[in-house]
Design a binder for this molecule. Structure first.
Ligand SMILES: Cc1cc2nc3c(=O)[nH]c(=O)nc-3n(C[C@H](O)[C@H](O)[C@H](O)COP(=O)(O)O)c2cc1C
Ligand code: SF4
Length: 487
């Protein structure tokens, strides 16, 4: 992962540890309405892909254990990982693009309900993404993948395509950059990646016709499976975020000006709302800042936040960065990963950082979005995530008006009981996330995600379930709230 050149080390801490009585009187542990739902507290576990689904997208016992473990800590809400809305092979990512996925998803809902004693609300994040290919070996790219055009023939002064391919193969990267178009050069260096602006491709040109129905069908399944709500994934490097992006120059009314870029996200929302009804919690996750050159900034995000709130979303959750545009070049045979460049750093900042540090980087832009929503006369709850790892930080964000609900991804992974421990006045026993991004490294390799603070603990017990490679414990060690000890 890219890291800021300053390389300043920042130290996460417990912050002020409240007593049980202080926690009970706090904002963080007060209830909050999210559309027709009420969260018992303002703690939220945002979506995190743990790489535990089957190769064809079904819920496994490991998926259930993963979410049940979070649920034992009884956060206000958990959002299940990005789950694909299409019925197409997507590797071990959860899928919801067909009714055959329903029984597994239903079991997952039941497991979370049981493990949290009905206290935690369960939402699911639903996603669409475009195709991306592995970085090709040079010979394959020039012998098979590249479509030879007149530009290449002219540049190389031959009409024999085999000769063109042979000449290109023999060229240095510097020379290739002169002969290939920027897009061809990128496909050669990174692997081919579709964009929403590829409107010469019929399936991309028709996205606005197809996606509202696909999202609506997926959300209807989520409702049928028993989820309490749905989060539309409009963030990071995926289709809907790409429609919102300033980089989206589609000229069919769905790109260019902000209102055009918001059009499909709003149409998707309207289609989903119509299908799931007014009384079903429905919101989106999107970027408070794309953190890339020429991408959306806070002013764009503020505009979209108000538009989403006006349209009737029940919540708005923010993230930042996480784009392909500035990702590191993958090795030959590898796939580009949108969290390897500066924008990826903004999404999941590490403890080695710049002066701003890794904690709360998304606070100021999210506050601006929330203020704009309020200025528009609306009070849609806003979830802010990024580097939050203790009660003091979370409470300050709520007190400052940065958000209504506090998302903690890696801190919840490090210690799924952190909110329960804090609520019981046992905050000094929280395993505080160190922000080393060991978990993110596993995510990048599509390996089962675990936390380095617990994956080697008690792993030799016969009752401790391990990851599929047998090397690490699969979920955080148990903790017994009745005794305050490992259970
Ligand atoms: C292993 C892992 C998987 C993630 N998967 C998703 C995902 O499926 N959808 C999403 O919106 N964000 C995803 N994220 C980003 C987190 O939700 C969160 O925004 C990010 O980690 C920053 O928050 P934090 O500092 O509290 O960890 C993932 C993060 C991690 C560490
Ligand atoms: S591995 Fe654990 S401690 Fe390290 S960043 Fe991930 S959650 Fe935090």
């Amino acid at each position: 992962m890219w890291r800021p050149p300053e390389r300043i080390r920042h130290q996460p801490s417990f912050g002020h540890v409240p007593s049980a009585a202080q926690a009970a009187a706090s904002r963080l542990f007060s209830s909050v309405p999210v559309g027709a739902l009420t969260l018992a507290q303002r703690t939220w576990v945002p979506a995190m892909v743990p790489w535990r689904a089957t190769e064809d997208g079904f819920v496994t016992g490991d998926v259930i254990d993963w979410y049940a473990r979070f649920a034992r800590g009884r956060p206000g809400a958990i959002v299940v990982e990005a789950t694909g809305i299409r019925d197409i092979p997507s590797g071990p990512l959860l899928r919801i693009g067909h009714d055959r996925f329903l029984p597994g998803l239903h079991k997952l809902v039941e497991a979370v309900r049981d493990a949290s004693g009905g206290k935690t609300k369960l939402l699911i994040q639903i996603i669409d993404f475009l195709s991306i290919r592995r970085r090709p070996p040079k010979d394959k790219y020039f012998q098979r993948f590249l479509a030879i055009t007149d530009t290449h023939r002219r540049a190389l002064a031959t009409s024999d395509d085999n000769e063109v391919r042979a000449q290109l193969f023999a060229m240095s990267d510097e020379d290739l950059a002169q002969v290939l178009t920027p897009r061809e050069f990128e496909s050669y260096q990174f692997g081919d990646r579709e964009r929403v602006t590829d409107t010469h491709l019929p399936h991309i040109r028709d996205l606005q016709r197809v996606l509202p129905g696909l999202f609506a069908d997926a959300a209807a399944r989520a409702k049928e499976a028993g989820f309490d709500g749905v989060e539309l994934h409009y963030a990071h490097a995926y289709t809907m975020a790409s429609f919102l992006s300033r980089i989206n120059t589609r000229d069919d009314g769905y790109g260019g000006a902000r209102e055009n870029r918001a059009k499909l996200p709003l149409e998707v929302f309207a289609a989903v709302r119509e299908r799931v009804g007014k009384d079903y919690a429905l919101g989106c996750r999107y970027l408070a800042d794309e953190c890339i050159d020429g991408g959306n900034d806070v002013a764009d995000a503020t505009y979209f936040g108000v538009a989403f709130a006006r349209a009737g979303m029940d919540f708005i959750s923010t993230s930042r960065g996480g784009k392909f545009d500035d990702a590191k070049q993958p090795n030959v045979g590898g796939v580009s990963y949108p969290y390897t460049g500066p924008s990826g750093y903004e999404c999941m900042p590490q403890y080695i950082s710049d002066e701003k540090g890794p904690f709360g980087r998304n606070k100021a832009p999210t506050k601006a979005i929330r203020e704009a929503i309020h200025a528009a006369g609306l009070s849609t709850p806003v979830v802010c995530t990024g580097g939050v790892h203790n009660f003091e930080m979370a409470e300050a964000m709520l007190a400052d008006g940065a958000c209504d609900i506090v998302g903690t991804a890696r801190q919840s992974l490090a210690d799924p009981d952190w909110t329960l421990k804090t609520q019981l006045g046992l905050g000094a026993s929280v395993r505080v996330c160190e922000y080393t991004n060991y978990c993110e490294g596993l995510d990048q390799k599509h390996k089962p995600v675990t936390c380095k603070l617990w994956d080697q603990v008690e792993r030799d017990d016969t009752h401790t379930k391990r990851t599929s490679d047998g090397k690490r414990r699969a979920t955080a060690p148990a903790w017994d709230p009745a005794t305050g000890t490992p259970g």
